[in-house]
Design a protein. Structure first.
Lengths: 336, 539
């Protein structure tokens, strides 16, 4: 079967006409297969949703019980058949519950990687390469400049700063799902056992991670009780990045603005956002990992979804691998 | 190099002065010699290195990278050194080690022109990403990390628990990698002896006259002088060495050979560097804008010297001959100074005249209406005051001419840094003018201080509630004739500008008051600002 007949980009997302399902659709559809819980991939309002049980739990936390008509959990490593199309879920290493979705019919297999990374992450299962004819990859950090450093070096920067500026509040901006919990877990691994204060927007997701057996240590709400004179000096506070600009951050003693993101590699980005201590910690592949993954899987063809498609397509061209951009809209290639 | 690279990364992003100092002190304490000395030199701008052209760095990268991928990368990152440092792929098998900063610099200093290219390539192969960036910034010249030599000296003083004046005095007698300096600061050796006699001595500074400061003081105890709008300098000619220093101890001799050549007396004097004619030649003192033509240059052409002749208006004397006269009173020092100036070149030196007065009220009137447009206020000096380095409260006061004021309309706001990162605290304001027959606001300046914390809350709330457009970190706010926010802006001076669309550039603008009692239509016009420039130019 020609790959294009198996799966193609439609306005609502990647569509499989034979199985009549979409993968990570950006608008409400009858049947949706969801790779992971980030809001640009997992949207509310579909008829039927298939995803890992963790992703379904996360969607329920974010959208409530009315997130979709019916839901069906499917575990990593499991496969299902829709009208002759075999669908499998495989670990993607992006956030808790994240999956790559493989679609097979008539001897042709396409793998939709969703968002993925190759680094070890204490909060989720690691990426597993799946042999395929077409590998659909993201390209969030698809430029040769992106080389994410070892995340232990990055978390150590934060610990050094805590020792150097013990009178300042270390306010870490990190996306509420995945990044925040990973940063906390990394700090714990590095031997930081003080209570960590979290923004209200993180509470339920952190509770959920803990309920799944991921130890985040002692977390406390970063709220001010009226009678308390707490000003958080010398503590680590984690909140969503947007909260920096918010009046929320004014409660902290002399805050030092920290941001955990792959974008922090680019100095001007850090400067523009007023970040004082950038932590280059990413839940996506860097350039070397993207290109090594393609080399390792050795698909006949590479389709590139969101991010800096043109550079990755160019790299494939140089290597003699057939590649094209899919120009999918609706995915947030900046959000990390 | 890794520690130095980390230091640079932190300094670039730390807006607070105290945080920068602490980062520097911790680095100086932890780094070994000679690395820390070379780091100091790189930061203070005293490092001499054969620099490398950006084009060469680009070529080196293109030796092993696809040109199309390079272009995508460079377009995205925007900075060549950063692009190269990030995209550089060391060949398989090469090992990245932490090459000490000192070793890297010494290797470059030994390298001849012909080998530079291969040495830079080799270094890039053996440094890690962050160190590559620091290295490229070093070899292309220009760290641009927002740290002045003055701040670095303050960090040195803090490191050794010394007074910064001591560091400044020693500074020009020392050179990279500053081994004796660091040995002294870490308590391992005596203070280094001065080898160059014409060193910089910390200058005496005045405090602004505050509310009620003068009430308790007797006018008879003070001398008054005009405060001129040039730059404060120290001119030294000791042991046959002539040097000109700025107020902060930066040597600016290279830009003013005319003044140095004329300084044929022995001693150290303090004065204002100005452009134009001295009182002794009966020609006018010219504006700060003219002086600026001569500042920040390593060398000057004879043409520039002729067009913008510089001179020193002498205020004080620190050394007469080789004798330290700083302990003497102001009156005695002034007599010695007058004697020197009298015999010095009339084109290059004059004596700052005293302003006679008998009461503070009289002086206040003189201050409000000075006889020369290049005067920016009055200096008050106790007649018996010795020359004391630093800003001691009591002996010297500065009493500035009232600033200029306009009412302007808030147009754009940007979030601040550090403590202010959750506030819209950098404001662009505009004045009215007719564009194609229509009344329009044009931006005339930017200010980010002058307001109180309470006023900042008010401005911040206005910006958040009245944003009409966002451009990255900048917000445009509503500014219509009958709706908007009027602020009173105070500034020290105003010049023509080709860089700003409005054609005017304010000096030292700040928000003096919030004028919620006014509507934007009542704010000032661009023509008012232009008239201020014309008024000054016509005197």
């Amino acid at each position: 079967m020609k790959p294009d007949a198996l799966l193609y980009p439609a306005p609502k997302g990647l569509y499989c006409p034979i199985g009549d399902f979409y993968i990570d659709p950006v608008q409400p559809v009858e049947r949706a297969l969801i790779t992971h819980g980030h809001s640009d991939h997992a949207r509310a309002g579909h008829g039927q949703v298939l995803a890992t049980s963790e992703t379904l739990d996360i969607m329920r936390i974010r959208y409530g019980d009315g997130l979709c008509g019916t839901s069906q959990p499917i575990e990593l490593g499991e496969a299902l058949v829709f009208n002759g199309i075999e669908v499998g879920f495989h670990p993607a290493g992006h956030v808790l519950g994240s999956a790559q979705i493989s679609v097979r019919a008539g001897g042709t297999r396409i793998v939709v990687s969703g968002d993925y990374k190759r680094r070890r992450d204490p909060t989720c299962a690691g990426f597993e390469p799946v042999a395929c004819d077409v590998f659909i990859t993201e390209a969030t950090f698809g430029l040769p400049v992106f080389h994410h450093p070892d995340d232990r070096i990055e978390t150590r920067k934060l610990l050094t700063s805590l020792a150097q500026f013990p009178e300042r509040t270390h306010v870490v901006g990190a996306y509420a799902l995945g990044k925040a919990q990973r940063v906390i877990a990394l700090l714990r691994e590095q031997g930081y056992h003080e209570p960590i204060f979290i923004h209200g927007a993180l509470q339920r997701l952190c509770d959920y991670y803990q309920s799944q057996g991921i130890d985040l240590g002692e977390l406390r709400p970063a709220t001010l009780a009226a009678e308390e004179k707490q000003d958080f000096r010398g503590t680590v506070v984690v909140g969503p990045p947007a909260a920096f600009a918010d009046r929320w951050s004014r409660r902290f003693a002399d805050p030092i603005a920290i941001f955990a993101s792959g974008w922090m590699l680019i100095r001007q980005r850090a400067k523009q956002r007023g970040v004082e201590l950038p932590l280059i910690i990413s839940d996506h592949c860097d350039w070397a990992e993207l290109t090594e993954t393609i080399t390792e899987i050795a698909p006949a063809e590479v389709w590139v979804t969101h991010g800096r498609e043109e550079a990755l397509v160019r790299w494939c061209e140089i290597k003699g691998i057939a590649a094209r951009p899919l120009h999918l809209v609706g995915y947030d290639d900046e959000g990390e | 190099m890794r520690a130095f690279a980390e230091l640079l990364d932190r300094l670039v992003l730390s807006p607070q002065r105290n945080a920068k100092i602490r980062l520097l002190v911790d680095y100086f304490r932890a780094a070994p010699d000679p690395d820390r000395g070379y780091a100091l030199a790189a930061i203070a701008g005293t490092l001499s290195l054969n620099t490398v052209k950006p084009a060469m760095i680009r070529d080196l990268l293109l030796e092993r990278m696809d040109a199309v991928l390079f272009q995508y990368s460079y377009d995205y990152v925007g900075d060549l050194a950063e692009t190269v440092s990030l995209a550089w792929e060391p060949p398989a098998g090469s090992v990245q080690t932490d090459i000490p900063l000192g070793a890297a610099i010494e290797r470059l200093q030994r390298t001849g022109r012909a080998e530079v290219r291969s040495v830079v390539r080799d270094m890039l192969d053996h440094l890690d990403t962050s160190a590559r960036f620091a290295f490229l910034k070093l070899v292309t010249g220009g760290l641009r990390i927002g740290v002045s030599a003055k701040l670095a000296k303050q960090a040195l003083a803090d490191m050794g628990d010394k007074d910064v004046a001591e560091i400044e005095t020693l500074w020009h007698g020392l050179s990279p990698p500053y081994l004796p300096l660091f040995r002294w600061l870490s308590g391992e050796a005596e203070k280094p002896a001065l080898s160059t006699p014409a060193v910089f001595h910390s200058v005496m500074l005045a405090n602004p006259v505050g509310e009620g400061d003068l009430d308790a003081l007797d006018p008879k105890d003070f001398a008054a002088e005009w405060k001129w709008d040039g730059i404060r300098v120290q001119l030294a000619n000791i042991g046959g060495v002539r040097r000109l220093y700025s107020r902060s101890g930066d040597e600016i001799s290279g830009a003013f050979p005319d003044v140095l050549d004329a300084a044929d007396f022995t001693g150290v004097i303090d004065g204002e560097l100005l452009v134009g004619g001295t009182a002794r030649t009966n020609r006018a003192t010219r504006t700060f804008a003219d002086l600026q033509q001569r500042l920040n240059r390593k060398t000057v052409s004879p043409k520039l010297i002729e067009t913008y002749p510089a001179f020193v208006r002498a205020y004080d004397i620190l050394f007469s001959g080789e004798e330290d006269v700083r302990p003497l009173g102001f009156v005695e020092r002034r007599a010695l100074l007058a004697d020197i100036v009298e015999r010095a070149s009339p084109q290059h030196f004059d004596l700052s005249p005293l302003v006679p007065f008998s009461s503070w009220e009289e002086l206040d009137r003189l201050r409000a209406d000075p006889p020369d447009p290049v005067i920016e206020g009055i200096m008050l000096k106790r007649l018996d005051s010795p020359y004391t380095p630093g800003r001691v409260k009591g002996p010297w006061f500065k009493w500035k001419r009232a600033p200029f004021n306009i009412d302007a309309v808030l147009m754009y706001a940007q979030r601040g840094h550090g403590k202010r990162s959750s506030y819209y605290s950098d404001y662009t304001f505009g004045a009215w003018t007719a564009v194609d027959g229509k009344e329009t606001l044009v931006p005339v300046g930017k200010a980010y201080f002058g307001f109180t914390d309470a006023e900042l809350e008010i401005l911040d709330r206005f910006v958040r509630d009245n944003t009409i457009e966002r451009f990255g970190p900048v917000r445009a706010v509503r500014a219509e004739p009958d709706f908007g926010f009027v602020v009173e802006v105070a500034f020290e001076g105003i010049n023509r500008s080709t860089r700003h669309k409005s054609g005017v550039a304010m000096r030292f603008p700040r928000i003096a008051r919030l004028r919620q009692d006014k509507l934007p239509r009542d704010a000032d016009r661009l023509e008012t600002l232009q008239a201020m420039i014309e008024a000054r130019e016509s005197t």
